[in-house]
Design a protein around this ligand. Structure first.
Ligand code: PMP
Length: 397
């Protein structure tokens, strides 16, 4: 008998499965709205000019040593400043390490929670990026959920959320999407964030912000970290996951940061030392190249300004595609309201289409998306938006 004869086949990843079906389709007009990666108006992946320039500056450097466990210090410092702005008066109270992008930051947070926040539960929004459940499950942290999305309004279930925050045992960890909630594109308003912050402080919960889309939502990096800054100004101690996958287009470089705001410099030093102890047996130390690129961009005022302009360009293209998709659907005479397409923000539109409608879109129109009806707006462009709208109209009649 083989060692592995009893190993069952793992279920396919829902998003990567969409890509496989898309690749197998031979239609020249096929459209992939599954994966959350930015595409330009010709449907092509993009390498930002600021990233090209940073690569040019790094090229030929003879430094290829290991980074320390916590990563490249200057990169981490710049990342923390980018997330917290001036809302955190004393950055020496922040414990932070370089991470393997947003996923890696979440994994470190989950493991840190298991070790140092004993008996605490992680509260995860419904719905969420599906990997959140798996990450905290693998870390062995008890999970619960809180209400977030309201199908009837295709908006936020603010009352449900507040009730669940109130009902959770004091000292729970709340996983919050800092902006551009995945998959719904529904974010609380600044006033709602303020109320959530206040209630969480009263209840003594620990907020952990997963920020995978800073700058990518509104086009403005400061605005997109507004929720985190509100919480900081309210005196919260909190954690943040940052990723440069989307906002710098560095998907494959696996570059991000994980930070926790502590009570004092001394506490931050202790917390940071434990973050490194979590990271060391997982991957020893993080990769160098992406950290050097991001540091090069964030440390040079001109390159940083160029990046701000480029991230704004990506966000604005997506925002304009939302408007165009909605207008096309309305012009076709659709009886449904498509207001949510322009109300929602970030990479995704949570269309409200059923799994059956999504299946028909694939089978009849060669248009692919996840079965929850989530459209990756990054895959929509001026050339395919009319065809997408008419197919959506057709299946939702
Ligand atoms: N969190 C959320 C909410 C996401 O949407 C994503 C990307 N799909 C991530 C984290 C992780 O992305 P990465 O590890 O590529 O930074």
């Amino acid at each position: 008998k083989s060692w592995f004869s009893d190993v069952g086949m793992a279920p396919r990843d829902p998003i990567l499965g969409v890509t496989e079906k898309f690749l197998a389709d031979t239609s020249p007009d096929k459209i992939n709205l599954g994966v959350g990666a930015y595409r330009d108006d010709s449907g092509k992946p993009v390498v930002l000019d600021c990233v090209r320039e940073a690569e040019r500056r790094i090229a030929g450097k003879d430094f290829m040593e290991y980074l320390p466990i916590g990563g490249l210090r200057d990169f981490v410092t710049e990342s923390v400043k980018l997330a917290y702005g001036d809302a955190c008066p004393d950055l020496s109270n922040v414990a932070a390490v370089q991470s393997l992008s947003g996923t890696g930051s979440c994994r470190l947070m989950a493991e840190f929670q298991r070790r140092f926040m004993p008996h605490s539960t992680v509260y995860i929004p419904v719905p969420t990026w599906s990997n959140h459940h798996s990450i905290w499950r693998d870390a062995g942290v008890p999970q619960s959920t809180y209400r977030y999305y309201k199908p009837e309004t295709k908006g936020l279930d603010f009352e449900g959320l507040m009730e669940d925050v109130k009902a959770a045992p004091s000292g729970s960890l709340f996983l919050l999407h800092a902006c551009a909630h995945n998959p719904t594109g529904v974010d609380p308003t600044p006033e709602q964030w303020a109320a959530i912050s206040k209630l969480m402080a009263e209840r003594g919960h620990f907020p952990f912000f997963d920020m995978a889309y800073q700058g990518f939502a509104s086009g403005d990096c400061d605005k997109d970290s507004g929720a985190i800054r509100t919480f900081l100004r309210d005196g919260h101690r909190l954690g943040v996951s940052q990723s440069y996958a989307k906002n710098m287009g560095m998907y494959g470089q696996r570059i991000g940061a994980f930070s926790i705001v502590c009570d004092s410099k001394d506490e931050a030093a202790r917390v940071e030392s434990q973050m490194k102890l979590v990271a060391r047996p997982m991957y020893s130390n993080p990769p160098l190249h992406g950290a050097l690129m991001v540091k090069t961009i964030l440390r040079d005022p001109q390159l940083k300004a160029q990046w701000f302009a480029e991230v704004r360009g990506m966000a604005e293209r997506i925002i304009s595609m939302r408007a165009l998709l909605r207008r096309n659907l309305e012009q076709l005479g659709s009886q449904h309201s498509w207001k949510h397409i322009t109300d929602q923000i970030g990479m995704f539109a949570y269309s409200g289409m059923t799994p059956e409608m999504v299946d028909t879109l694939a089978a009849k129109h060669s248009i692919y998306m996840t079965r929850n009806g989530r459209i990756s707006m990054a895959g929509v462009n001026t050339k395919n938006v009319a065809r997408l709208a008419s197919a959506m109209h057709e299946v939702t009649k």
